[in-house]
Design a protein around this ligand. Structure first.
Ligand code: SF4
Ligand code: SF4
Length: 64
């Protein structure tokens, strides 16, 4: 069964836009996309993502 692509944040409050996930991704599958208020949030390209979940491990909001 195919693994799900990682969910970097469910609500925007769960992301501070630090870009750590962008930096760690070995496939350059994450890019920062500006929302309507001018804040940048990471977006994962499903086709490039290999489901290694490194982005989740590095995210400062997911430390458990
Ligand atoms: S799971 Fe891996 S390949 Fe996919 S976006 Fe995260 S770091 Fe990149
Ligand atoms: S590492 Fe976490 S907090 Fe930082 S930009 Fe990525 S999703 Fe947002």
């Amino acid at each position: 069964m195919e693994k799900d692509i990682p969910v970097l944040y469910k609500r925007i409050e769960e992301c501070c836009g630090c870009t750590a996930c962008v930096a760690i991704c070995p496939k350059e599958a994450i890019s920062m996309v500006e929302d309507e208020e001018g804040f940048e949030y990471p977006q994962i390209d499903e086709k490039k993502c290999i489901r290694c979940y490194k982005c989740l491990k590095v995210c400062p909001f997911k430390t458990e």
